[in-house]
Design a protein. Structure first.
Length: 169
């Protein structure tokens, strides 16, 4: 049998003119402003959980923070505390089930402690990881979602009621 002719023309990938600079910048830790921004998203969502006004979007923000924390632990950044992170994720599963049953986003004392510990671990991991490690962790979470490795959370999130849409005045 003969070789099949390629129908698509070969196009080389674009070159990164600053490849060396890009590689060096990946070795630096996340800038403090970026760390505060990422943790701030989680904090504002947690504040709504504490007030009992959280929506599925708030749940998703907290879950993504925890998932990134697990991914950073996979890359050996805080690997010794992965059980505490998973405990926070288990609490989020329980909260999601309650939200689905119509009970609302109410947290008990033990649940608040578990989620707060997971948030503190997330903040600590972001403070010591490099930019490249943070990028790889986010990519790992995205790939896990896409491949179905996080199906339970994705299903829970899809079945939750969306945040109310505010109409323009």
């Amino acid at each position: 049998m003969g070789k099949r002719k390629r129908k698509k023309a070969y196009r080389p990938r674009a070159e990164n003119a600053n490849a060396f600079q890009w590689a060096i910048s990946g070795a630096y830790t996340l800038p403090l402003e970026k760390q505060r921004e990422l943790v701030g998203y989680v904090d504002s969502s947690l504040a709504r959980f504490y007030a009992g006004t959280a929506t599925r979007d708030d749940w998703n923000v907290v879950a993504n923070g925890m998932n990134i924390s697990v991914a950073l632990a996979y890359f050996k950044i805080g690997a010794s505390v992965v059980d505490e992170i998973n405990a926070g994720l288990d609490v989020l599963h329980a909260v999601a089930r309650r939200m689905l049953s119509g009970q609302g986003p109410i947290l008990t004392g033990g649940e608040v402690d578990a989620i707060r510990l997971g948030r503190d671990i997330y903040e600590s991991q972001l403070a010591i990881c490099s930019q490249a490690e943070a990028h790889r962790a986010v990519a790992r979470v995205r790939d896990m979602h896409r491949s179905g490795g996080m199906t339970d959370m994705a299903k829970l999130y899809a079945d939750m009621a969306a945040a109310p849409v505010l109409e323009a005045a």
